[in-house]
Design a protein around this ligand. Sequence first.
Ligand SMILES: *Cc1c(COP(=O)(O)O)cnc(C)c1O
Length: 372
Amino acid sequence: MSICEQSPSYIRAIAPYQPGKPIAELAREMGLDEARIIKLASNENPLGMSPKARAAIESAIGDLARYPDGNAFDLKAALARRYSLAPECVVVGNGSNDLLELVAGAFLTPGSASVYSRHAFAVYPLATQARGARGIVVPAKNFGHDLSAMLAAITPETRLVFVANPNNPTGTFLASAEIEAFLSKVPSNVVVVLDEAYNEYLPPELRFNSARWLERHDNLVITRTFSKAYGLAGLRVGYGLMKPEVADLLNRVRQPFNVNSLALAAAHAALADQAFVDQSYALNRSGMAQLEAGFRALGLSWIASSGNFICFALPDENGKPGAGTVYQKLLRQGVIVRPVTGYEMPRHLRVTIGTQVENEMFLAALTASLPA
Ligand SMILES: *Cc1c(COP(=O)(O)O)cnc(C)c1O
């Protein structure tokens, strides 16, 4: 018997996460100049990071021989102030992905189940399967979460429900009232993870403070990240807001030093630089309008998005989805977008909103990639 057969069958059954293609990899594969490649595949911030975050990283470098603050005192204090919560309500993670894993690790076992939507973020099934738990996939409504169907899908074995708002890769959004109504009906012994990775991209009229729901819902865990609007994806830092009792459980399963010193320093500085977040928001709004106008001119349909990315549909070729061919043609022109076949969306591609110039280059490459 091979050693790998000693691994539980539910581990061996996991389909690995498919990341966006790195720039260096495409350059190697196609013999392209890295400087001419544009990557719009991983919802990264086209402005980079806040200059204040960069300065914080530079001044933290001298201390890298020491372990980071495992309690993240400064960052947790700043986040607690921002949301008017006690620092005991905040758990920081190695990206918000870490928080999703920590919740799964604290609540799921073989035999239990989690509920999530079709076309929802890929980490929900991954975190579920890694615990030997069963994923209950609920059909989507117009590519978005169908909260009443998700409520109805909860079984006695269900310990977790994942809700992404906005969702990735579809960009669909649930209004405050819908989530609040959902929270009031979910059994109190089921944890609701509200994943708000793209919250900072919402227009002011759609934004709401989900943290205040913690006053009434002990079973709520809110996750946010510094990877998207804050531009710190490479450093890996995110956080969760929850009741102190729930935070205590997550702290038992997390690595003692799960967030590195540079990430802690950068996140703390980035949080204070609202001007950078505002600039990122504004660039995203104008870029979204630019891409929508481009799709309209090309006669392509898209899914209205509340994030920093957009899924657009490609015409079929000989009765088969044409998205794969267009993806390859874009790659050959040095433009990386994201196939979403793994999300059961074989007719779509997802593109991240870039700078104005990147968006123009993408639209030109797309125009050249469409069947005549
Ligand atoms: C990007 C993303 C995350 C987390 O990213 P991290 O870099 O791990 O913080 C979480 N949820 C959704 C829906 C995302 O798209």
